[in-house]
Design a protein around this ligand. Structure first.
Ligand code: HDE
Length: 729
């Protein structure tokens, strides 16, 4: 038998992970073993059925065939009703030193290191849909704390579409593919979604987030996460404070162009999944800082919105984010189904030191997650599946059910008992027992939205005001795209009318693109849903408050506060366009400089194999113009070497590669000779490509200074300013 290949030493092997160790008993790799049935019987032949004679028929006796086929027939479980498409990784969270006064949670105590499993997802698409849908991204973190499992189940946007969980099935039915023909897949650009949007003004704020660059992350490693709701942190003295959770990526927050997203969906629908996997395999472990905005309980009502309303955020300028610790993802899963698919996040998985608020969206979610896992994973024992298993020991009187693993001994399965000396016994708060925040609650039994929730446009306006000109343009273009896919004129009109409540310029720019009448500056008050008590005033939003307010933290422009100090080229993918006759020495020098700064380079040529350089040197080609595309890279360099450049200028795919990179506002660099390819790729009538923002050229084919300027441009990410100039888009 050949030696088993050596397992790679991972970061996790170095830092250790008790959850990985705990799951060891469930792992198997079959190397060097005999094939067996599920009963351990060695199998002599599982490639031919047992038959009566060579030409059949098959025999019922063939238990080997039946076991193999039956297992296969039962392989699928229901996909998640939302967030079906996802990817996850293992890692750890390490608490910083100085925040113990905020929470008594063990995982937040100074220096504590806790294993985590984090799953990212899109919302609307099915399990096999593209990673690049314009959609919210789920950001769910499972902390295996010493006090039990804690799940922080968030999104990459800080607000949500609706205020009350009872509307969630309606909302999801509206955004999912339409039920008669199951079209469109993983897309909100259709009638039922905008029908819902246009008659539910509470969706307006979130709609702008989803139409913004936030819904097109460059990488899952480069997006923020938010707990969305107001939660509580409770310290050892029992003092509770309201908090909003934030995850801040250390690589900054970056997005891609919509056209690019659509192309990637065809070229590599696993783009985000692959990016996360490859970077973890390559040792580029993504990192986020966990932070909280803290609101003292006595300040609950000091805002001009209700902090229990999940369609509102707290501007960071009003309440800064305090950093609590850092999450590092440093190991890919061993098995997608066993881990990523079977992981079960529940809002109700909580630990002492964290608590809920009365946000009606949060309260409703507390029911839904456990309920959905029962269906999806088939019964109440899903907590025994390895990926869901708590590291803290489990003792209670719950028994039986499908696929029970635990073998509970003894005759006592009830509390309070005497027979087992009262065990397992309830834990006092001082012994780690979870206690809910002591809160006085009183009220009439009613189905009514609080009046404090009925301002649907002010924060949508805040978000709009906070975007740069380019970000605003992207929102307008996104809405034009989406609404142009809506068939019913009245739905478009109602949506544009909603937008006119937010900002006249927003509504009129969208309307113009749709060839519709531009709504008047004083948008008509929309009054669409009638509450149970018949009093429409209870749903009618007031006019925008603080119409000029803005929050710099809401922009993700390269120089926005969110990205300040995070400009690096680490993990960026750089395409080097070259073919036979190229200046291989210069390519090598540039690659070295970029790779030293953490970027990844690949040579894209007219053929695979080896590139024969102009001075006899050779270099291995990674891709050809046929099997990759510019949309899969962050930046492009056109290498020198007259005959290489000449071949590329005559190759339509090479020309297109540069043209698209330019159109998608990417940094482009060219050697003195390579400039010819840039010229060939320029748009007729567009800004002069050579003097455009983010285009770096050399006059003398020397690499050093070009590499410096190119690195700076890559760190800037995108030069969206090109779009504001005369570039047809
Ligand atoms: Fe979810 N959501 N959700 N959601 N959600 C689910 O649970 C639900 C909401 C979020 O990677 C489901 O296991 C309701 C907000 C993530 O496995 C389900 C409401 C936020 C994930 C469910 C919301 C989220 C889910 C479907 C309105 C951000 C994926 C499968 C009150 C704070 C978790 C599942 C994973 C998944 C219900 C709204 C985040 C049906 C009722 C707001 C990241 O239980």
């Amino acid at each position: 038998m050949p030696d088993k290949p050596l397992a790679k030493q991972t970061h996790e092997d170095v830092v250790g992970n008790p959850k990985t160790d705990e799951m060891a008993m469930n792992r198997e790799d079959g190397y060097g073993t005999f094939l067996t049935t599920n009963q351990g019987l060695r199998v002599n032949d599982d490639q031919n059925q047992l038959k009566a004679g060579e030409r059949g028929p098959s025999l019922l006796e063939d238990f080997i065939y039946r076991e193999k086929m039956t297992h296969f027939d039962h392989e699928r479980i229901p996909e998640r009703v939302v967030h079906a498409r996802g990817v996850a990784a293992h890692g750890y969270f390490q608490a910083y030193d100085d925040n113990a006064n905020l929470s008594r949670a063990a995982f937040l105590q100074p220096g504590a290191v806790t294993p985590v499993f984090t799953r990212f997802s899109t919302v609307a698409g099915s399990r096999g849909s593209s990673d690049l849908a314009r959609d919210v991204r789920g950001f769910a973190v499972k902390f295996y704390t010493e006090e039990g499992v804690y799940d922080l189940v968030g999104n990459n946007m800080p607000v949500f579409f609706i205020q009350d969980a009872i509307k969630f099935p309606d909302f999801v039915h509206a955004v999912k593919p339409e039920p008669h023909n199951e079209i469109p897949q993983a897309a909100s650009a259709h009638d039922t979604f905008y029908d819902f949007i246009s008659i539910n003004p509470e969706t307006t704020h979130m709609l702008l987030w989803v139409m913004s660059d936030r819904s097109l992350p460059r990488s899952l490693r480069m997006m923020e996460g938010f707990g969305v709701h107001t939660f509580r942190l409770v310290n050892a003295e029992g003092k509770a404070r309201f908090v909003k959770f934030h995850w801040k990526p250390l690589l900054g927050t970056h997005s891609i162009a919509w056209e690019e997203a659509q192309q990637i969906s065809g070229k590599d629908p696993d783009f985000h999944r692959r990016d996360l996997w490859n970077n973890i395999e390559g040792g580029n472990y993504p990192e986020w800082e966990l932070g909280v905005q803290v609101v003292e309980e006595e300040d609950e009502r000091k805002f001009d919105f209700d902090i229990l309303d999940a369609t509102k955020l707290i501007p960071e300028e009003q309440v800064p984010v305090i950093k609590l610790g850092k999450m590092v993802l440093n190991r890919n899963v061993d098995n997608y189904f066993a881990e990523t698919e079977q992981v079960a996040f529940c809002l109700s998985h909580i630990v002492p030191g964290v608590d809920f608020s009365n946000d009606p969206l949060l309260q409703g979610r507390l029911f839904s997650y456990l309920d959905t896992q029962l269906k999806r994973l088939g019964g109440p024992n899903f907590h025994e599946i390895p990926i869901n298993r708590s590291l803290a020991p489990i003792h209670n009187n719950q028994r039986d059910g499908h696929m029970r693993q635990t073998i509970n001994k003894g005759n006592v399965a009830y509390g309070v008992n005497k027979l087992n000396h009262g065990y397992p016994q309830q834990a006092k708060a001082s012994e780690g027992g979870f206690t809910s925040t002591y809160e006085r609650v009183e009220g009439h039994k009613i189905r009514l939205r609080s009046k404090s929730f009925v301002d649907h446009y002010s924060q949508a306006r805040l978000f709009w005001n906070s975007q740069t000109d380019v970000e605003k343009m992207h929102i307008v273009k996104a809405l034009r795209f989406e609404l142009s896919h809506v068939q019913h004129d009245e739905i478009r009109e109602r949506t544009v009318l909603q937008l006119s409540q937010v900002a006249h310029d927003l509504a009129s720019r969208v309307a113009e693109g749709l060839g519709m009448a531009v709504p008047s500056a004083n948008g008509v008050q929309l009054n669409l849903a009638v509450p149970a008590d018949g009093n429409v005033a209870h749903y009618q939003s007031g006019p925008v408050k603080n119409a000029d307010a803005s929050s710099a933290a809401l922009s993700i422009a390269a120089d926005s506060p969110i990205n300040k100090g995070k400009g690096s080229i680490k993990t960026r993918q750089i395409a080097i366009l070259a073919t036979d006759g190229a200046d291989v020495a210069a390519i090598g020098e540039l690659m070295k400089t970029l790779m030293e700064q953490g970027a990844q380079t690949a040579i894209v040529a007219t053929h695979l194999g080896t590139l024969k350089g102009k001075d006899g040197q050779e270099i291995l080609i990674n891709w050809t113009f046929q099997n990759t595309a510019s949309v899969l890279f962050d930046a492009v360099y056109v290498a020198g070497g007259a005959s290489s450049v000449q071949k590329l200028t005559q190759d339509a795919d090479a020309v297109r590669f540069v043209n698209e990179a330019f159109r998608h506002c990417k940094p482009i660099a060219a050697s003195a000779e390579g400039v010819e390819l840039l010229k060939a790729a320029a748009y007729p009538g567009a800004t002069d490509i050579l003097s455009a923002d983010g285009v770096v050229t050399s006059t003398d084919n020397k690499v050093a200074s070009l590499a410096k300027d190119f690195s700076k441009a890559i760190a800037h990410h995108r030069f969206w300013s090109r779009e504001l100039k005369a570039m047809p888009a």
